[in-house]
Design a protein around this ligand. Structure first.
Ligand code: NAD
Length: 503
């Protein structure tokens, strides 16, 4: 990897004398987890798991096949009736026990996550903390969630509305938050009384397998199954499987399309959390320093590999120059490094060589099209797939970098002249996951979010999440909601039972 000269200012802090993050004993079994046991797969083929900070192979996991998926689905089918019969209190206690078990192993899970993704340890610890909270929230919410009251709505007929589990849910997770995205699915799916088969990203299976190992004794066999493998094989089989009642994917738009197509033949339910391209709309009355400081985190958290990342600033032309100055100062101060290079590391590498090439490709094309680099703008010295925290300015309307999800440490800045233009341009992307609006004006703080086509809109903030509130997108960002009681609803079905009690 070469260093781009020009404006690339950051350097990668190395952890030359630090002990390795993980040892061989910390690794989970490199197998599939099916019917309560770690099992070999149906082939000898393996997938290399790479540490993106060092480019070294840290594990080899089996490449799952359709047969491996079928075996796991059969286990989930066999387990579903008895798990569904448990009363909420009993399922809730299992979820609390899972939260406790994860909490006891926070440091181990955080280190494994950082070794597999290159994330700063602070980010991995935050992921584990949110994982615990997701299980605790779902354990409580499922006990408090009721259906519509029973009553007579037709003469002499009593209606009772039941909330039932769907059965078996297939889950496909991405590499950017491997453990947390698994938890966002597993917790509500189990809470709602379903069993599941989960396929983690082929690049980042370690914390999901470790989670299965840690909670194996807490769940009846077959309730949770994990099959490794590639999306086009193992993921595709899960999406089309006739005994899978719903398929839930967090991933890219293209994978979402493939999953929805594969699910169509069996008409199974589909739940899609896809990409984002969050606009950050800054009005002239905004607290510019607060916005710049917030974007230092919200734009570069998880190295910008974040579906809600604050990646596309639309700032009023009267304050654009002042704001860019403040933003660039914040971005230049970011600490880039390997996970064990210090507690203050804020930005790690891209997750893989392929993704590094993708992100640097966007930067090269933008530069050749005349977009100006205010800071960063290219790769940092290897080993590892590090990209300099970047701010691109003078970005013309409709530019590739302003429309497509780069999924790296890159913020683009465009200027607008009035409210109408700000709303039109903010909405002019195919994705609709999240956005933020920065203003001290009370009218704008309600009116602009109401006109934005995004599933979450923050006002004077960005990327703040809580287990009680829903997360999910509009338009090309998919449908269905993670977190909150809306996720519990998504993973259950409504049945109406009507009793004739007339004589
Ligand atoms: P990806 O789509 O490449 O992979 C996600 C998962 O889908 C992996 O497990 C992969 O193996 C599987 N997959 C790929 N092709 C498939 C197919 N044809 N059939 C079935 N499964 C298939 O995504 P990624 O690169 O791992 O993750 C990054 C993407 O995820 C970004 O677009 C990001 O915005 C999105 N994401 C969204 C959210 C959200 O909440 N909306 C959260 C995190 C990530």
């Amino acid at each position: 990897m070469t260093t781009d000269a020009g404006l690339t200012t950051a350097t990668v802090r190395r952890a030359a004398d630090a002990p390795p993050l993980i040892s061989a004993d910390d690794l989970p079994p490199a197998r599939h987890f099916v019917d309560g046991k770690f099992l070999d797969g149906s082939t000898e083929r393996v997938i290399d798991v790479v540490d993106p900070s060092t480019e070294s192979v840290i594990a080899r996991i089996p490449e799952g096949t359709s047969e491996d998926i079928d075996r796991a689905v059969a286990a989930a089918v066999a387990a579903k009736a008895s798990w569904a019969r448990l009363v909420p209190k009993d399922r809730s206690e299992v979820l609390h026990a899972i939260a406790d078990r994860v909490a006891e192993h926070t440091e181990l899970l955080a280190k494994l996550e950082s070794a597999n993704t290159g994330k700063p340890l602070a980010v991995s610890r935050d992921d584990v903390g949110m994982t615990i909270d997701t299980f605790r929230f779902m354990a409580g919410a499922m006990r408090a969630t009721t259906s519509m009251a029973a009553g007579d709505y037709a003469e002499n007929h009593l209606s009772v509305i039941l909330r039932e589990p769907l059965g078996v849910v297939g889950v496909i997770t991405p590499w950017n938050y491997p453990l947390l995205m698994a938890a966002w699915k597993i917790a509500p799916i189990l809470a709602a009384g379903n069993t599941l088969v989960l396929k983690p990203s082929e690049q980042t299976p370690l914390t999901t397998l470790k989670f299965a190992e840690l909670v194996a004794d807490l769940l009846p066999a077959g309730v949770l199954n994990v099959v490794n493998g590639y999306g086009a094989v193992a993921g595709a089989r899960l999406a089309e499987h006739p005994d899978v009642d719903m398929i839930a994917l967090t991933g890219s738009v293209n994978s979402g399309r493939a999953v929805a197509r594969a699910a169509a033949d069996t008409l199974k339910r589909v739940h899609l959390e896809l990409g984002g391209k969050a606009p950050v709309v800054i009005f002239p009355d905004a607290d510019l320093a607060a916005a710049a400081s917030s974007l230092r985190t919200a734009g570069f958290w998880n190295s910008g590999q974040e579906c809600g990342a604050a990646c596309r600033v639309l700032v009023h032309e009267s304050v654009a120059e002042e704001f860019v100055g403040q933003l660039v100062d914040e971005v230049r101060a970011l600490v880039v490094g390997e996970p064990q290079a210090g507690e203050d590391v804020e930005v790690g590498p891209m997750v893989s060589k392929a993704h590094f090439d993708r992100v640097t490709g966007y930067l090269e094309r933008a530069k050749s099209e005349g977009v100006r680099v205010a800071t960063g703008g290219g790769a940092l010295d290897g080993p590892g797939y590090f990209v300099a925290p970047t701010v691109l300015v003078d970005v013309p309307e409709g530019a590739e970098v302003a429309r497509e999800e780069i999924f790296g440490p890159v913020i683009t800045v465009e200027a607008f002249a009035d409210e109408e233009e700000a709303v039109r341009r903010a909405n002019d992307v195919p994705l609709g996951l999240s956005a933020s609006v920065w203003t001290e004006n009370a009218r704008r703080s309600h009116d602009i979010p109401a006109r934005l086509d995004f599933g979450t809109v923050w006002v004077n903030s960005h990327l703040v999440l809580a287990s009680e509130v829903p997360w999910g997108g509009f338009k090309g960002s998919g449908y269905g909601r993670d977190l909150s009681v809306y996720a519990l609803e998504d993973y259950s079905r409504t049945k109406h039972v009507m009793h004739n009690h007339g004589s």
